[in-house]
Design a protein around this ligand. Structure first.
Ligand SMILES: Cc1ncc(COP(=O)(O)O)c(C=O)c1O
Length: 414
């Protein structure tokens, strides 16, 4: 069920941005979401009361250590990790991917094959290509230009016993399509390869469940999920244990996640991220949920999903009725066996994507154009001639009125 007016107000009260005098309509959420009050409060509290080095025996240092450890447990719960030692934190998804590749590098042999897609953000492409220096061969799983889907049959033809890794996105940050990662994982595992999933564009819209995803590695950024510029990389304990350590020589190879966190984590941001879990549980409770924290979080996301779908359909139906518009992705929230997140991209015949966004800028509505670092996808679909796509990315805190305002101003020019 879509959020009621009252429920939406409850949601928006959690985000200080909505009480600012500058009433920007935030529709660039896939670029970065608004930040929760409880997240900002935790960062503030940590900085003002726990700014000490961890690991000493005095009380404040002990308390700081407990806070950072609790935050890791909260993130483990948020993503349904088996064990909180599987939770590696770092500055960004791009940065964590580079660390992962460094840790994988010694296990790569000449002739090993790695499959990447041409729909991914560069963070989950460029990092893998670096393994070519060790003799790895890169194969590209290309999107079907007509259906805009990554088809399992195409992957099937690329997989072989030489495949060591497959890297893909859970949801494209341009197309918005949710990929069937659990099915992909099964296929990938039949040849003994591993699956690395970029969940950045998915995590703001569905409750991440790394166990159900079937992935071996799952990574996303908190600044898209109502938190700070910070990120998490989850990996199966056995896999992470086998990876080369990236920390000082005296840090034990068994010391997870520390061996993969050179220079250690950012303490205050780690602590801040615990607020995302608290917010979701609080929302689940406010919607009448009961049971475990995961059950509350699931209810929160179920309600957010229904709300986001209604807003997405509002915009998609407007776009579908404009003959000069081409939606780059599913034109409905659900098509066949595929669903989408409310990250909606389109191009307009005879108009540059930039001109549309510049028109909308005047009305205090934040949308965006470009390739969104999914350069291979934009190239494959021949969208450079438009200057990339126009992207409207909705979050659960947006309202139907905001989408109407956008539609009103879009209809002035398309
Ligand atoms: C799908 C996707 N993957 C990866 C990234 C990179 O994340 P980060 O900025 O944390 O490196 C982004 C950023 O926009 C993204 O949208």
């Amino acid at each position: 069920m879509k959020l009621t007016e009252l429920e939406l107000q409850t949601v928006r009260r959690e985000f200080p941005a909505f009480s600012q005098p500058d009433q920007t309509v935030f529709l660039d959420n896939a670029g970065g979401s608004q930040v929760l009050q409880c997240v900002a409060d935790r960062i503030h509290t940590y900085l003002l009361t726990n700014s000490v080095q961890l690991g000493a025996s005095y009380r404040t240092s002990q308390q700081a250590g407990e806070r950072v450890a609790q935050a890791r447990q909260a993130v483990a719960e948020l993503i349904n990790a088996y064990d909180d030692r599987e939770v590696v934190m770092g500055g960004s998804t791009t940065g964590l991917m580079f660390l992962l590749i460094q840790a994988i590098l010694p296990s790569i042999q000449a002739g090993d094959e790695i499959i990447i897609t041409n729909t991914d953000h560069e963070a989950n492409i460029g990092a893998w290509k670096r393994l070519q220096a060790a003799g790895a061969i890169i194969r590209v799983w290309e999107v079907n230009h007509h259906s805009l889907e990554l088809e399992l049959s195409t992957l099937h033809n690329l997989l072989s016993t030489r495949t060591k890794w497959v890297a893909m996105t859970h949801a494209s940050n341009v197309l918005g399509t949710i990929n069937p990662v659990a099915e992909v994982a099964k296929l990938v595992h039949t040849v003994g390869a591993r699956l690395c999933v970029d969940g950045v564009a998915y995590a703001p819209h569905r409750l991440v469940d790394v166990q159900a995803s079937g992935a071996d590695i799952y990574v996303f950024s908190f600044y898209k999920v109502f938190g700070p510029h910070y990120a998490v990389l989850w990996g199966h304990f056995d896999l992470l244990s086998q990876l080369s350590g990236l920390n000082h020589f005296f840090i034990d190879a068994e010391d997870l996640p520390y061996k993969l966190q050179p220079g250690n984590v950012n303490f205050e941001l780690s602590y801040g991220c615990g607020g995302i879990r608290d917010y979701l549980v609080k929302m689940g409770q406010s919607f009448g949920g009961a049971g475990s924290a995961r059950a509350q979080m699931q209810l929160a996301f179920d309600r957010f999903e229904a709300h986001e779908n209604a807003l997405a359909e509002q915009l998609l139906s407007f776009l579908r009725h404009r003959p000069q518009v081409r939606i780059i992705g599913l034109s409905e929230v659900e098509q066949g066996s595929y669903k989408r997140v409310p990250t909606i991209s389109f191009v307009v015949d005879g108009k540059s994507s930039e001109s549309i966004v510049r028109h909308i800028d005047q009305y205090g509505i934040g949308i965006r154009f470009g390739d969104f670092y999914a350069k291979h996808l934009i190239h494959a679909l021949d969208l450079e001639k438009h200057g990339g796509v126009v992207r409207v990315s909705i979050a659960h805190y947006n309202s139907s009125d905001e989408i109407n305002r956008l539609i009103q101003h879009l209809s002035e020019i398309i």
